[in-house]
Ligand binder design. Structure first.
Ligand code: GDP
Ligand code: MG
Length: 441
């Protein structure tokens, strides 16, 4: 795949903004990558379409090809889509006893995940957990959960022969209340494929316990099937989150994207093995890299962007060293300050500026003042901004009036521009790649 991609990228070397053609060409390769990662076809299609709209016209970083830039945009968008609302790895389990319903196809890893999750809740949050198997069709499944319970030190509901799923669920609820449990987990039966009898059973159980969380357990190695499963379970039962299992395998985990696209529900955990501690919080960045499989390109673009920022900072420094510090520079600094949490935030980040931060604070120089001063600069002509020496009486009056302020305010701003210019010059001479450069990284 890499070879094919670099071939495409070699052809795309135009700089500037991404053209519709650049984007289309690169996205063709991305589409292949997504399908190879087992993202379902309709999901891959609509994802690509969304990225196409976003990427067309976007800027290309210097020394990066348009194709590479597109990959970076795809990567960032992928992370965005994979991120659900809410904190990953957390469950709504207040109001004890909180019921958690585990649903999914047979063999997806429900029973294993029930054990893992119970262990996690016990170990990390000190919860008292009860597990119950509702799998009346396979007696071995009930024993399996009991064995896991013993292994991780979590109670399981005693097995009573002849009960149906709803009866077991009711008994689990009662036991959880009587026994002072924080959480009770219901491990439902699965089928090899979706079937109406099974769905009805899970619906009935849901209505009896009103689960706080309904987690769909999906085999992360499955592709197209995963989408149907998610649609069906979310439509009929209503899920609150997804657990992707078998992410320790060779698969690229495209099911993650499909799950997000189809259900809109957060992916909460990933299963990374058969052992009881092989459950981790879902990390969008990690999965995005894996799905796309173009980590080296993403890293390359990030490096290029970084380099460019440093180059810009260095160019600016050179000018400052020569004593060139105009209103454009001042405005940029001020905007940067606002972005970095205001004057104090910025000063506290610059080494050796602690004392100055105090002075600034005492002078009542806050964000509101910064905004007023930016307004003053905006009221200047291009020439005036680039050349502060132009500002004589009549110009000053016009500028102050334009910003709805007094000439005395403008005088203060000009004083600041001179002082900061001097300071920058000194700092530049002192360091030559020292303080200011560090502060700007
Ligand atoms: P259920 O039918 O949905 O309850 O599935 P099980 O929990 O019984 O799991 C089926 C098989 O998958 C078992 O052999 C598990 O050990 C295995 N399994 C479950 N989760 C994972 C995982 O995250 N990684 C790997 N490699 N195997 C898993
Ligand atoms: Mg099971």
């Amino acid at each position: 795949l890499s070879d094919r991609l670099s071939g495409v990228f070699d052809r795309l070397t135009k700089q500037g903004a991404l053209s519709a053609d650049d984007v289309k060409t690169a996205l063709r390769e991305v589409r292949v990558a997504l399908l190879e990662a087992d993202v379902s076809l309709p999901v891959a299609r609509s994802f690509i379409k969304a990225v196409e709209e976003k990427a067309t016209g976007a800027a290309v970083t210097k020394s990066v090809t348009p194709g590479q830039q597109v990959v970076k945009i795809v990567h960032d968008e992928l992370i965005e889509v994979l991120k659900g609302e809410g904190e990953p790895g957390t469950l709504k389990i207040d109001n004890a006893p909180a019921p958690i319903l585990m649903v999914g196809l047979q063999g997806s890893g429900k029973t294993t995940t029930t054990g893992k999750l119970a262990k996690r809740l016990k170990d990390r949050e000190g919860k008292k957990v009860l597990m119950a198997s509702l799998d009346i069709y396979r007696p071995a499944a009930m024993d399996q959960l009991a064995v896991l319970g013993q292994q991780v030190g979590v109670d399981t509901l005693p097995i009573v022969k002849g009960e149906n799923a709803v009866q077991i669920a009711k008994r689990a609820k009662q036991q959880a209340m009587l026994g002072g449990y924080d959480v009770y987990m219901l491990d439902t039966a699965g089928r090899l494929q979706i079937d109406d009898v099974l769905m009805k059973e899970v619906e009935d159980v849901r209505d009896v316990v009103s689960p706080r969380e309904t987690l769909l357990v999906v085999d992360g190695l499955t592709g197209q099937v995963a989408v149907e499963v998610a649609e069906e379970f979310d439509g009929k039962i209503g899920i609150s989150g997804v657990v992707l299992t078998r992410m320790d395998g060779d698969g690229r985990g495209g099911a993650a994207l499909s799950m997000r696209a189809v259900t809109g529900k957060p992916i909460k955990f990933v299963g990374l093995g058969e052992k009881m501690d092989a459950l981790e919080t879902f990390e969008p960045e990690r999965i995005a890299g894996r799905i796309l499989g173009m980590g080296d390109i993403v890293a390359l673009v990030e490096k290029a962007q970084e380099t460019l920022e440093i180059e810009q900072a260095e160019r600016m420094m050179k000018r400052f060293q020569k004593g060139q510090f105009n209103f454009n520079d001042l405005k940029m600094q001020m905007e940067q300050m606002l972005k970095m949490g205001g004057m104090e935030g910025m000063m506290s980040m610059m080494p050796g500026m602690g004392k100055m931060a105090k002075q600034v604070e005492d002078s009542g120089f806050d964000d509101k003042v910064i905004r007023q001063q930016i307004a003053l600069i905006n009221s200047m002509t291009k020439k005036e901004r680039a050349n502060p020496k132009l500002l004589q009486a009549s110009r000053k009056k016009r500028i102050a009036k334009g910003a709805g302020m007094e000439v005395s305010d403008l005088n203060k701003l000009m004083k600041m521009q001179r002082q900061m210019g001097d300071m920058m010059k000194k700092m530049g001479k002192m360091g030559k790649g020292g303080m200011l450069k560090q502060a700007m990284r």
